[in-house]
Design a protein around this ligand. Structure first.
Ligand code: G3H
Ligand code: 13P
Ligand code: ZN
Length: 312
């Protein structure tokens, strides 16, 4: 099977009350871990690449790694998506370079400018058979080294979504309802609560339209503990409760973005292995443990959070 867009995936997910996992890829081990888990569970999957990932691994390497994963997992639909495209140029470069989906993130702009840049990307993408995700509202947290404080974040305003979607022609919309980027989302001891009232209001304004949640890592405490017990120094924090993500996946939310949880799993495996045996210097010895953790995280999300098992 060739790479697919998210069109069909989202239609089925919307109707079936589940969501597709969008996991960030930066190297071979991460691509392998995600697609092996999805392949074994017969789940559709979105592999997403940030500007930082393209800078680190190089566009061509990432595309070719994903193509290799397609060959290894011929029975599941895989989409290749640009995560947080900052401007038209990076979106164009990914559309021209084999991606099937791009995000134009104009959330830092005023409403009219966000519409303008999104529309421009949509016109180019659709002319090339590629779908587009945009964002309204602003998430807190860290993304590509840019930190948005909780005070500067803002929930998506339901009043704006209809006009935004109709004027831009965009295919899916990322909204801000209380999730945030990174591994330091909420203070331990607090009770994070997503704003389902805003989500449901948005659903009413744009029925049958796929919604995206960014910043959806749950920060598995067992990996934080392993990292800190093996020389790491992560601050105490908790993530988005998984039962709330499961609830979101039953609604109009068709794509759920997860990156930090994979990073924690990978790092925990590497630290644990190197600390247990300081004589190790073959990268395969520690990367395979990190890779196995990433695979376990993805399998757990597919089965217990997203509900996409068996939906390929
Ligand atoms: O939302 C951001 C993703 O976690 C990607 O992070 O820009 O550091 O690759 P990155
Ligand atoms: P997390 O940092 O919560 O994993 O979010 C990832 C994300 O939104 C990528 O776009
Ligand atoms: Zn994001």
């Amino acid at each position: 099977m060739a790479l697919v867009t998210t069109k069909e995936m989202f239609k089925k997910a919307y109707e079936g009350g589940y969501a597709i996992g969008a996991f960030n890829v930066n190297n071979m081990e991460i691509v392998q871990a995600i697609t092996e888990a999805a392949g074994e569970l017969n789940s559709p999957i979105i592999l997403q690449v940030s500007a930082g990932a393209r800078k680190y691994a190089n566009h061509t390497y990432l595309v070719k790694l994903v193509e290799a994963a397609l060959i290894e997992n011929p029975n599941i639909p895989i989409a290749l998506h640009l995560d947080h495209g900052a401007d038209f140029d990076i979106c164009k470069s990914c559309i021209d370079g084999g991606f099937t989906s791009v995000m134009i993130d104009g959330s830092r702009f005023p409403f009219a400018e966000n519409i303008e840049v999104t529309k421009k990307v949509v016109e180019y993408a659709h002319a090339h058979g590629v779908v587009v995700e945009a964002e309204l509202g602003k998430l807190a947290g860290i993304e590509d080294d840019v930190k948005v404080s909780a005070e500067d974040s803002s929930y998506t305003q339901p009043d704006e979504v209809e006009e935004f979607v109709s004027k831009t022609g965009v295919d899916s919309l990322a909204i801000a309802i209380g999730t945030s980027h990174g591994a330091y989302k909420f203070k331990p001891g607090t009770k994070p609560q997503l704003r389902f009232d805003i989500l449901h209001e948005i659903e009413k304004r744009i029925p049958n339209f796929p919604i995206v949640l960014h910043g959806a890592s749950s920060v598995p405490q067992e990996y934080v503990k392993i990292i800190n017990e093996n020389g790491g120094k992560l601050k105490d924090a908790i993530g988005v409760p998984e039962d709330q993500l499961r609830e979101a996946a039953r609604s109009a939310v068709c794509k759920i973005n997860i990156d930090s949880d994979l990073r924690l799993g990978l790092t925990a495996g590497i630290r644990q292995t190197l600390f247990a045996d300081p004589s190790i210097f073959d990268p395969r010895d520690y990367l395979k443990v990190g890779r196995a953790n990433v695979k376990a995280v993805v399998a757990h999300k597919i089965k217990d959070v997203l509900g996409s098992e068996g939906k390929a």
